[in-house]
Write a protein that binds this ligand. Sequence first.
Ligand code: NAD
Length: 496
Amino acid sequence: MAPPKIFKNYINGEWVPSASGLTFDNSNPADRRELVGMFQKSSRHDVEDAIQAAKDAYKTWRLTPPPKRGEILYRAARLLSERKEEYASQMTREMGKVIEETRGDVQEAIDMTYYMAGEGRRLFGQTTTSELPNKFCMWVRSPIGVCSLVTPWNFPMAIPSWKIMPALICGNAVVIKPATDTPLSTYNLVQTLAEAGVPRGVVNLVTGSGPEVGTALLSHDAVRVVSFTGSTEVGRNVAAACAGTFKHACLEMGGKNIIMVMEDANLDLAVDGAIWGGFGTTGQRCTASSRIAVHKDVYKEFVEKFVTRARALKVGNGLDPSVQMGPLVNTSQLKTVEEYVEIGKDEGAKLLCGGERLTGGDYDLGCFYTPTIFGDCKPEMRICREEIFGPVVSIMPCASLEEAIEIGNGVVYGLSSSIYTRNVNRAFQAMRDLETGIFYVNAPTIGAETHLPFGGTKQTGNGHREAATAALDFYSEWKAVYVDYSDKLQRAQIDS
Ligand code: NAD
């Protein structure tokens, strides 16, 4: 067997080893024997080099005309398209989700890169009137500086692209730290940007642990912007770390998303949505449909159909195109799921299917768990309130739309929600009343498009949004500009 490849950090346009010379392993969760690669175990020293490189590069990148920045992104998008299949299969090997989904992950990065490349010819500001004659007023976007980007493992190319592309098109320089479970996909994205011609220092990649590399990225004085996606627990620390020096912080965190199935719903469609919303990415999506409130009139029928479909899902190595659900990302996530299933049983929820590890044959090589459904759940149960991040769905009966909405809003999270109904009035009522940043009608809680803002309310987010033009608002600052062409001092200018 060939020795595993060693992947380096990317700092100031060079691929370099970490200062410590240490590495960590990235292995395949479908077959833990397979080493996908070895990555740099970086420290504060590497982060400082990367931030210094970004700080220097920012001086010229901020002055590069945005359409020229856009041309580089267009080239990167084309390269990503050419490599889509290769990058998707590498992603499946490093984090387990099925190949169809990792193709989707790469495609999202392609879409975001094209979208933000186009923004290079827009980046619109506004003009307005003035209180004075012969005076022109406008506000324009300005880049902010060095951005630290910290990302999770579940969308290892899409999420980095949601952060890097808007940051770059606005004229910022970035340092990114991917999750330790999925450095390869982010490495592939950064390598593509380098090949597309991003100047040295504008994009830097430093791999390593959250406490070591992440903390260093958040505390550096030269960093003006932090964008973090991950758990609410870590996000809380990120917010606190940014507060001291007033860094702009965008936090995208956990979710506990609900599908509401009304008595007039197309049940087959609702079951289909619940299957892919609940078990897609092995339930490891921030937007996963982990809770379902079903009207009591259709509860029995829905549950029967849903359980039948879940039992039939083919679980295995995501590189096999016939497999519908891959492994969990690592043994610690597997343990978390096992613990929550015990909690659900102890709370009195009815285990309708699954609830155990998959063992025997190839299953023994990886982190495989059965699609699991709990029925007759109560909203106050922990399995209905806390993010499990695995293939576990809790179903709660309800008697009305109002009750379903109350259940929906009864958690600390506010990312995504959905309703299945044929009644347009109910759909709009639910859209108005659910406290989530994303809402679907007759579709599951998953499936974002890059030209719509993405993000959550309450303890899922801190008010910013990713993607769309909303991302430009985060990665740029408004500058108000007053231009007086009267050629004289106008009184009101000294009065106010
Ligand atoms: P995580 O919070 O454990 O880690 C996220 C990133 O933060 C990783 O790169 C990690 O190394 C880093 N990190 C960890 N500790 C740190 C610290 N002390 N300082 C700085 N950085 C630190 O999350 P995860 O397990 O990688 O991802 C799963 C979580 O992400 C789930 O809660 C999921 O809901 C959430 N998520 C949210 C969204 C969203 O858009 N809302 C999208 C995807 C995932």
